[in-house]
Each structure stands twice: as structure tokens, then as C-alpha cells.
Design a protein around this ligand. Structure first.
Ligand code: NAP
Ligand code: ZN
Ligand code: ZN
Length: 351
């Protein structure tokens, strides 16, 4: 399908490792199944930084990151049935998938067997390169557009579209709830959502952070316990304790040490995506029937379920709203683990 294109303003990384700059990009005209969204807020995910810095390999620069998008529908295509003009909506990490394969039909569009299309730096089915939410507007197929429930603050809801679903999905899949002990490793964007959601699901939550600096915050977010991973005693005191460990760390960790913290039959779920490999010893898994697994965001229906769950439980992200000219500074702070706990760009400053 070919579309006419319209220019909009955005902030893009011009090349690997270069600071982001203001630029213009083209969005396709609204097709029959499309929704035009006037963006209000876009969260900054560590994946944005991995991508633009080339951690995950070559990218189709210029790259406009941003897959935690909240905005208002300003136009709908002729065949759109799920959304209407004036509605507040969200877009996460996915903007397309085949919708016919076993994964898509099972609600796991993120694992589409014919290739899911990411919100930025991906090749869409019309051959164009997707550009993300650090921008004024975006055009997305209605199937990949979520409804943001009333009652959720729009800025604090933006990070739910990635950080929220990325922690909600594995917590649900591995059965976090009353009577389960959950550890969240790394208290950043994903980690703090993991704590809030696991707590709301009724699990007992422990935060494992590099230092004791974030202890008070963790307790306020709903953690029952907190330990510093820089203290070797942590790995003795907590040995065999957890049913589920969600690792959100953006760097490599000593996976075997954390596997030692699992109870019999426990699962360590990796959602952090550093470019380097993990070493896992078979011995760390077989004694105790433990598993080491991974999870990537969540499907569209599950993302809607997560948004509704968060609205019901009054859960939003802890955010620092910034203007678009502060994106590069925010990146440095995320890299220094100095984020409390998600930067969100106010898209009205993209001018
Ligand atoms: P973030 O806000 O930077 O949080 C990461 C946290 O990890 C930091 O706050 C820090 O927590 C800890 N950390 C950082 N460097 C560390 C190190 N060298 N050693 C130990 N701990 C360290 O990042 P995020 O946005 O939550 O993303 C986290 C990771 O998940 C990234 O790799 C991202 O690409 C990935 N991700 C994956 C998915 C998915 O679908 N699987 C989705 C989104 C993001 P403390 O200060 O508490 O130690
Ligand atoms: Zn993300
Ligand atoms: Zn598919």
C-alpha cells in the first residue's frame, strides 16, 4: 500500500551515539484502519538508549525513539471501529504484526511468527521505517492503539505502555499473587513498575538494588523487603527464598548468583536486554528444578488488561516530566541509574 506523507516535528538520533536533535519526519496519511494521534507524552525507556547508541547493532538512522506514547485521537480512518476522535489513547512497542499466525491469534503479537513491527527503527509492512513517539503526531493501525482509562494521569500512564506491560506480563504468566515471593532486580523504569504491580497482585515483594540509596522509595512503592546486591551477605541471607525473580537490569549480571536465590521450582525471568551474553551454569538450575527464562513486552489485549488493572488499582509510573530539549541530559541520568523512576517528555515542548 502506498500513502501520501505529511511532515511532523520530532527528536531523532542522527547516527549511532550522537545526541538527539530536533528534526522533521514524515508520517503516512491516515489510512482506512488508521488513527492519527496528537501526542501528549512519551516516556524514555532504556531500550531507546540501547537502540540509538547501537548496543543492539546497526540502526536505520535517523531514529526517532519512543514507545511509551499517550495522546489524543484527532482523526480516524473510514474503517476504524475501536477508537474515536477526542479519545485518549496509548501506543506501546508494537505498531504492526501479521494478525494471522499462531502467536498473533494467541494474543502474543509481540512474537508474531512473520515478524512484529516495532514502533521505531523497524521496517513496516509498507516498506517504510517506523518512527517513534518523541514527536508531535503518530499514525497507527487501530489494532495497535490502546484505550487509556479515565482516571489514569496521562503523563504517568505513558510508561505503562512499555515498562508496565513488560513487568505485568511475566508477573501474570509466572503466577505472582498472594503467597508468592517475588524479587525485582534493578529499581529503574521497569523495576519500579514491577514492584507496584507485583504488590497490587498480592505478592510479597523484595527489591534487589545495587545500593541502599533507593530503599525508602522502594518501601513507598510497595516493597516488603529491600537488599543491596553490592553486599555479598545479601546472597547468603536470601538463598532459596523467591518463587519469581524479575531481572530488569540493563547490564550483565551474575545470573548464577541470582539463581541461588530461587526456591525449589522457582523461575528467574529476564526482561533486561543488555547486548552481552549471560553465563548460566547447569548446576545452578538442576538442583532445585529452577528455570531461567525471558519475556518481551506483552500482546495487545494483555496491554489493555494491564492498563485497566493499573486504573483499577490507582497505579501510574513515578515520573519526571521534561521538555524535549532535555532528552540528552535525561539519557545520561538513565545511564547513571539516576532516574526516579521514568523520564517523560512533554510533547507540547516539541515545537
Ligand atoms: P533503567 O530505568 O535504566 O533501569 C535499569 C536499572 O538497572 C537501574 O536503575 C539500576 O537499578 C540497574 N542497573 C543499571 N546498571 C546496572 C549495573 N551495571 N549493575 C547492576 N544493576 C544495574 O532501564 P529500564 O528502562 O527499566 O530498562 C531496563 C532493561 O530492560 C534495559 O536493558 C531495556 O532495554 C530492557 N527492556 C526490555 C523490555 C522487554 O520487553 N524485555 C522492555 C523494556 C525494556 P538500581 O539502581 O536499583 O541498581
Ligand atoms: Zn521500552
Ligand atoms: Zn503474526
Amino acid at each position: 500500500m502506498s500513502y501520501t506523507r505529511t511532515e511532523v516535528i520530532a527528536h531523532a538520533a542522527p547516527a549511532s551515539g550522537e545526541p538527539l536533535v530536533r528534526t522533521t519526519i514524515e508520517r503516512r496519511e491516515v489510512g482506512a484502519n488508521d488513527v492519527l494521534i496528537s501526542i501528549e507524552y512519551a516516556g524514555i525507556c532504556h531500550s531507546d538508549i540501547h537502540t540509538v547508541r547501537g548496543d543492539w547493532g546497526p540502526q536505520p538512522y535517523p531514529v526517532v525513539p519512543g514507545h511509551e506514547i499517550v495522546g489524543i485521537v484527532t482523526e480516524v480512518g473510514s474503517a476504524v471501529t475501536r477508537h474515536e476522535v477526542g479519545q485518549r489513547v496509548g501506543v506501546g512497542c508494537l505498531v504492526n504484526a501479521c494478525r494471522e499466525c499462531v502467536a498473533c491469534l494467541g494474543g502474543d503479537e509481540q512474537f508474531c511468527l512473520n515478524g512484529s513491527v516495532g514502533t521505531y527503527a523497524a521496517r513496516d509492512r509498507d516498506g517504510s521505517t517506523t518512527q517513534g513517539g518523541y514527536s508531535t503526531h503518530v499514525v497507527v493501525d487501530e489494532h495497535f492503539v490502546l484505550s487509556v482509562p479515565e482516571g489514569l494521569d496521562p503523563a504517568a500512564a505513558a510508561p505503562l505502555l512499555c515498562a508496565g506491560i513488560t513487568t505485568y506480563s511475566p508477573l501474570r504468566h509466572w503466577g505472582a499473587g498472594p503467597g508468592k515471593k517475588v524479587a525485582v532486580v534493578g529499581l529503574g523504569g521497569l523495576g519500579h513498575m514491577g514492584v507496584k504491580i507485583a504488590h497490587a497482585l498480592g505478592a510479597e515483594v523484595t527489591v534487589l538494588s545495587q545500593s541502599l540509596k533507593k530503599q525508602e522509595d522502594a518501601e513507598r512503592l510497595g516493597a516488603d523487603d529491600y537488599h543491596a546486591t553490592s553486599d555479598p551477605a545479601t546472597f547468603e541471607v536470601l538463598a532459596g527464598r523467591f518463587d519469581i525473580i524479575i531481572n530488569t537490569v540493563s547490564a550483565s549480571i551474575d545470573a548464577n548468583a541470582y539463581l541461588g536465590l530461587l526456591a525449589v521450582g522457582g523461575a528467574m525471568v529476564n526482561v533486561g536486554a543488555p547486548p552481552s551474553a549471560f553465563e548460566v551454569s547447569p548446576m545452578a538450575l538442576i538442583y532445585g528444578r529452577k528455570s531461567f527464562s525471558g519475556s518481551m513486552i506483552g500482546g495487545i489485549a494483555e496491554t489493555q488488561e494491564m492498563l485497566d488493572f493499573c486504573a483499577e488499582h490507582g497505579i501510574g509510573s513515578e515520573i519526571e516530566v521534561i521538555a524535549a530539549d532535555a532528552i540528552n541530559e535525561a539519557y545520561e541520568r538513565v545511564l547513571a541509574s539516576d532516574v526516579r523512576y521514568r523520564f517523560v517528555i512533554d510533547a507540547s515542548t516539541i515545537v
